[in-house]
Design a protein around this ligand. Structure first.
Ligand code: 5GP
Ligand code: ZN
Length: 136
């Protein structure tokens, strides 16, 4: 399925040009226009799935395979010092484009980025409660 109003459908299917670094029948990987660090790219399926919840499991597995391969290639070519995968689902989780994508972010010791969260400090009882809720 494609959505004509979706920017990533149009990029992934080649209607809008992008700086593509990998393409096959199901995916396009292209450079992010507002990169967190040099080489920041996005894995985008050519079919429209709004988020991880909608993405079929087999495609999800292939996203991770592709991420692993791209991480190796990009690390070698860009000589980055680390590599971060980010994948946002829902507005409150930072998703701004509602077509599933995986961020590939090469990290450099001096890149000055801070892609992090404030660590919480729950009690043992609270952690036990969360575990019970998930397992219920
Ligand atoms: P999200 O916040 O949804 O996880 O990530 C969306 C990403 O898409 C952002 O990093 C943003 O810079 C990138 N982006 C948004 N529009 C375009 C576009 O038209 N072209 C490219 N290459 N990247 C885009
Ligand atoms: Zn789309």
């Amino acid at each position: 399925m494609k959505d004509e109003n979706c920017i990533f459908c149009r990029i992934a299917n080649g209607e809008i040009p992008s700086r593509t670094i990998y393409e096959d029948e199901r995916f396009r990987v292209f450079l992010d226009l507002s990169p967190a660090a040099k080489g920041h790219a996005l894995i985008v399926p050519k079919e429209h799935y709004a988020n991880l919840y909608e993405l079929p499991e087999d495609l999800a597995a292939d996203v991770m395979r592709l991420a692993k391969r791209q991480a190796a290639v990009m690390t070698e070519k860009l000589s980055c010092d680390g590599f971060q995968l980010v994948q946002n689902n829902g507005k409150c989780a930072g998703q701004t484009v509602f077509h599933f994508h995986m961020h590939l972010i090469p990290r450099y010791r001096s890149d000055g980025q801070n892609i992090a969260w404030e660590p919480g400090s729950p009690s043992d009882a609270e952690l036990d409660g969360v575990k019970a809720q998930i397992l219920s």
